[in-house]
Design a protein around this ligand. Structure first.
Ligand SMILES: Cc1cc2nc3c(=O)[nH]c(=O)nc-3n(C[C@H](O)[C@H](O)[C@H](O)COP(=O)(O)OP(=O)(O)OC[C@H]3O[C@@H](n4cnc5c(N)ncnc54)[C@H](O)[C@@H]3O)c2cc1C
Length: 408
């Protein structure tokens, strides 16, 4: 077995791993970026990249944001169309970040991740290893050793950016999969779905049977669409639901969908994957390792968005690693500062997502808000501003908001 030595080994070349590698580059460190697959590789996802993704790119590098702007396999989308259980719809226009390129967009992950990976692989101090699955992790005195079938990777510190089934999380922490903090999702691509919003708003459809989850229909370039269903795993188990069947049933029978899908052609199979939700704080570091992105469980519990937070955690992990090398400290006590930093920056928003997810269990609340917004333009403007502004957003989870709405 060949042994290769690096300063930092990053396991997983999805958004979290690439962000960490990109941000670490140029600091005199020898970096390995390892993935079990060969790019371009698919990742089961809704493919919706909110404006925060562009913001995170901008925080990594201005030139990378310019390249993202020129990346063509995407369509811009800066709005959300909500469908209530009573089939009423509400359009919300989301604001674009100021002074930087673009905003939100939809792009197949096979394309977007390949773009990010290819840009990262060009960095001279990042060595990429594809088709190299890490099978075990051992903490040895003075180093961490990660083993694939053919190599021992040795480093001062390892970053687990290896997604929802992270090997580093499994081997190095006591974190368990808890169904109340985990979501099950299925996705299928379609061609020729009709009647999207003219500005490519992504669509979230709330139906009584699947709350607090939703069915999504997201427009893609080339008259294609990403269609999927996500539900809390504890509810899936309790109701003994088959998500694939449920998705097809909704597409065939619901009045807001069936005509639009009549001539649509499914492309490929329906596939499923898990979403570790950030509704619970987890252990995300220890001796000589940090966890990033889905491996750390940082997905918004209400929207299911995880790409922006994965990139954000990659940035924070890189900043922490640079401090660790400066101070020559890689132990669990020092690395705990990474956990504290992540949660000090992200917990408020994750907690809010959790509260919204709990509210979304009640069809009456969604019906009521959408009905009010449709009747009263100022209510819609208010909800628009709330979803665009973090401070105002806090009002959405307060009972006083719904009380005022009742009398509006
Ligand atoms: C059905 C579904 C719909 C979603 N929809 C959206 C959405 O619309 N918008 C959004 O923002 N988020 C969405 N998400 C969440 C989003 O996909 C994730 O949050 C995001 O991909 C996390 O990025 P990551 O880099 O942490 O992990 P990943 O993107 O999962 O990348 C992990 C990488 O690690 C590699 N890897 C894994 N194990 C090993 C190993 N042992 N050795 C080497 N390499 C390994 C994998 O091959 C992979 O390339 C969705 C998720 C699901 C499941």
């Amino acid at each position: 077995m060949e042994t290769v030595q690096f300063d930092v080994v990053i396991v997983g070349a999805g958004p979290a791993g690439c962000a960490a590698a990109y941000k670490l580059s140029g600091n005199g460190l020898k970096i390995a970026l390892i993935d079990k697959d060969t790019f371009p590789r698919d990742k089961i996802c809704g493919d919706a990249l909110g404006a925060d993704v562009t913001k995170q790119f901008h925080q990594i590098s201005k030139s990378l944001t310019e390249k993202l702007d020129q990346f063509t396999e995407k369509i811009p989308s800066n709005g959300v169309r909500f469908f209530s259980p009573k089939h009423q719809k509400m359009d919300i226009q989301l604001s674009k970040p100021k002074n930087i390129f673009g905003g939100g967009f939809v792009s197949k992950r096979i394309d977007f991740d390949n773009f990010f990976f290819s840009e990262t692989a060009k960095l001279p101090d990042v060595t990429v290893f594809q088709n190299e699955k890490i099978l075990s992790v051992i903490n040895e005195p003075g180093k961490i050793v990660l083993q694939s079938a053919t190599k021992n990777f040795e480093a001062a510190i390892a970053l687990g950016a290896d997604g929802a089934h992270s090997i580093l999380n499994k081997k190095l922490t006591d974190n368990k999969v808890e169904k109340d903090h985990y979501c099950a999702g299925v996705r299928q691509y379609f061609e020729n779905v009709k009647d999207f919003h003219p500005e490519n708003h992504i669509e979230l459809h709330f139906y009584k049977e699947i709350l607090p989850g939703y069915l999504w229909v997201f427009p893609l370039p080339g008259n294609k669409a990403n269609v999927g269903l996500g539900m809390l795993s504890s509810v899936v188990s309790k109701k003994k639901m088959n998500l694939k069947k449920e998705m097809m049933r909704l597409l065939e029978t619901e009045p807001t969908l069936k005509d639009r899908f009549k001539d649509a052609k499914p492309l490929g199979e329906i596939e499923g994957f898990g979403l570790p939700l950030g509704s619970k704080k987890r252990t995300i570091s220890g001796d000589r390792f940090l966890l990033l992105g889905d491996a750390a469980g940082l997905i918004d519990p209400f929207t299911g968005e995880g790409i922006a937070n994965s990139i954000r955690s990659g940035r924070f992990a890189a900043a922490h690693v640079l401090k660790a090398f400066k101070q020559k400290q890689f132990d669990a006590v020092f690395n705990k500062r990474y956990d504290e930093h992540i949660y000090s920056k992200m917990w408020n928003e994750l907690r809010m997502g959790h509260t919204m997810q709990k509210l979304a269990r009640y069809p009456a609340i969604i019906n009521f808000v959408v009905k009010k917004a449709n009747k009263n333009k100022s209510v819609q403007t208010l909800i628009n501003s709330m979803l665009n502004d973090m401070d105002l957003k806090k009002q959405l989870i307060k009972p006083s908001f719904y009380f005022r709405l009742f009398f509006s």
